[in-house]
Design a protein around this ligand. Structure first.
Ligand SMILES: Nc1nc2c(ncn2[C@@H]2O[C@H](COP(=O)(O)OP(=O)(O)OP(=O)(O)O)[C@@H](O)[C@H]2O)c(=O)[nH]1
Ligand SMILES: [Mg+2]
Length: 191
């Protein structure tokens, strides 16, 4: 049997850790489009930013190939969000838990993605290695995330942590798609 191919988008606000996430997870050399930042304020956070996309790939088990697409975080590149989201099966929204102002920016990105369509997703509270960071529970409250959507801890620099988050999304997607399939069979839901 040929493997199933799944498209997952990694999104989130500026500097939430999307490129790091894909670099930590990909089994191929990732495609990265980071360029030097010019704005002095943003440069206090980091030196480079994604201007188009990140791309990576990983095999999960024997029969699942996951294609990962990272979005740019800066709003001036938000025209790429819709392009990258086309045909996605699921997405992960990253939040920088060490910067509370990043949570407000994450709400903006989240609203944008939710209006694209009803697609299974999880929220990852990144940078959990930084002392004093917000917990996933606090981020859930601040962003008003419903109990049915997982909010999980993440350290994007740690490949083990990144893998765990991917598996959480894959499991969530399986439950999400099976429940809709079941409802469709019962005539309750039309995909
Ligand atoms: N301490 C810590 N730093 C992290 C973690 N994840 C990412 N970073 C750092 O956070 C900064 C931003 O990471 P990126 O991966 O460039 O973030 P991004 O979301 O791709 O940023 P844009 O594409 O510009 O929106 C970099 O300096 C990373 O090294 C983490 O889990 N812990
Ligand atoms: Mg990036």
């Amino acid at each position: 049997m040929s493997p199933r191919i799944v498209k997952i988008v990694v999104t989130g606000p500026f500097a939430s850790g999307k490129t790091t996430f894909i670099k930590s997870l990909s089994e191929i050399v990732p495609v990265v489009t980071d360029v030097g930042l010019k704005n002095t304020f943003e440069k206090t956070v980091k030196k480079f930013t994604t201007v188009a996309l990140d791309y990576g790939r990983i095999k999960v088990g024997d029969d699942l190939v996951v294609h990962l697409f990272g979005t740019p975080g800066q709003f001036r590149f938000s025209f790429m969000w819709k392009i990258l989201a086309r045909g996605m099966h699921g997405y992960i929204l990253l939040v920088d838990s060490s910067r509370p102002e990043n949570v407000d920016e994450a709400v903006y990105v989240y609203n944008f993605f939710r209006q694209i369509g009803d697609v299974p997703h999880i929220i990852a509270a990144n940078k959990q290695d930084i002392e004093g960071c917000l917990t996933p529970e606090i981020i859930r409250m601040m962003m008003k995330i419903p109990p049915s959507t997982p909010v999980v801890p993440l350290i994007a620099t740690d490949p083990e942590s990144v893998r765990k988050v991917l598996i959480t999304l894959v499991k969530h997607m399986i439950t999400w798609y099976s429940s809709r399939q079941e409802a469709k069979v019962r005539g309750k839901y039309v995909l």
